[in-house]
Design a protein around this ligand. Structure first.
Ligand SMILES: Cc1ncc(COP(=O)(O)O)c(C=O)c1O
Length: 356
């Protein structure tokens, strides 16, 4: 009964179409093309897809050990990091427990906690201070909560919520389980995964979706103490031993060894991000500083957010609008060849909305 009520309360997502004839910058993806080595692995695994994937994920763990410097006892590979955002509350949250989360942030873990009988305590980020984390409020709420979720960098705002290890230590010392989502870590260059060696109430989440341009593959992983990893792995391997496809495991393992290639691609995207922010600012949007592969922008100087996104889509560019948050939209970063088209479409939209 409890489960049924929780399902009925889930937010109803209207995902919308992903039109092929428009430039889609809605999903916070990173438009990196795979290197030849990854393409070859995808082809090889595709030709052998009659076989189940390796339930031990040996290749993926070997590559991750090398990439992260952590042994496999501290690593768990899953079908995207979304899977971890679902699995963790399933294993931790009981009826009436609280999860602390921010507003705005990536909401998947909140729904998963609520399905497990939990309650979300939402803390607004300090919009006037560049979406800063209100640390004292987080510490207060964390004291009697089971989980604190921090996306670092945060989606959609693009900034780091935790820059300073000292602040994270204070949150960890509340004893709440801290889920630190480092899905965009390779863009920000800041990771606190090392603290998992000291704190067994820290789980760091990572993904190949964004920083390796592999959102379509579904490859996420966590870094945590032996104890937490064992519990999560036991549940995942019992309930869904073949959760990752053989194609994503092979492609992911190969991508993790192409460090230089991906670093170069990310540098290009970061350059395009800065160019885009400067163009958008010059047209009257208000872009917030981002260390992620997207830009969060206030559009109240132009129009109401939903209206802006709708008109921009009519002009060929699809961005994400936040109906529950205000007049903000999030732009993913276009590829170089689409850059001018995006700038033109925004210019046209601003002109139309201002009645020029
Ligand atoms: C902060 C954050 N965490 C997790 C995810 C989910 O990523 P994945 O594709 O690995 O499931 C996203 C995707 O947008 C995200 O922004």
């Amino acid at each position: 009964m409890r489960f049924k009520e929780a399902v009925e309360k889930l937010p109803e997502f209207k995902w919308g179409d992903t039109p092929k004839d428009k430039i889609v910058l809605k999903w916070g993806e990173c438009q990196i093309q795979p290197p030849q080595s990854v393409v070859e692995e995808i082809e090889f695994a595709g030709k052998n897809c009659f076989a189940y994937p390796d339930p031990q994920k040996n290749e993926a763990y070997a590559a991750l050990e090398e990439y992260t410097g952590f042994p496999r006892e501290n690593l768990l590979v899953t079908n995207g990091s979304d899977k971890l955002l679902r699995l963790i509350p399933e294993c931790v949250i009981e009826e009436g427990d609280s999860l602390v989360s921010m507003s705005p942030t990536f909401p998947v873990i909140e729904s998963a906690a609520e399905l497990a009988g939990g309650i979300t305590r939402k803390i607004p980020l300090e919009a006037g201070k560049g979406f800063k984390l209100p640390l004292e409020r987080v510490l207060e709420e964390a004291k009697d909560s089971k989980i604190v979720y921090l996306a670092n960098p945060n989606n959609p705002t693009g900034n780091l919520l935790v820059k300073d290890e000292k602040n994270l230590r204070r949150i960890l010392e509340t004893d709440s389980l801290v889920v630190l989502d480092e899905c965009y870590y390779e863009f920000s260059g800041i990771s606190f995964a090392g603290l998992t060696r000291e704190f067994d109430n820290l789980i760091v989440l990572r993904s190949l979706s964004k920083c390796f341009g592999m959102a379509g593959m579904r490859f996420g992983y966590s870094i945590a103490s032996d104890g937490i990893t064992k519990v999560l792995k036991r549940v995942e391997e019992t309930v869904e031993p073949f959760d990752c496809s053989s194609i994503s495991l092979a492609a992911g393992a190969t991508a993790l060894r192409e460090v230089k290639y991906y670093e170069k691609e990310r540098r290009e995207i970061a350059g395009l991000r800065e160019r885009l922010a400067s163009e958008l600012n010059s047209m009257g949007l208000e872009c917030f500083a981002s260390v992620s592969p997207f830009v969060f922008c206030g559009v109240s100087g132009i129009s109401e957010g939903g209206n802006f996104a709708k008109r921009l889509e009519e002009n060929g560019v699809v961005v994400k609008y936040y109906p529950n948050y205000g007049n903000f939209v999030r732009f993913g970063i276009p590829r170089e060849e689409n850059f001018e088209k995006v700038v033109e479409a925004v210019g046209k939209t601003c002109g139309e909305l201002k009645g020029n």
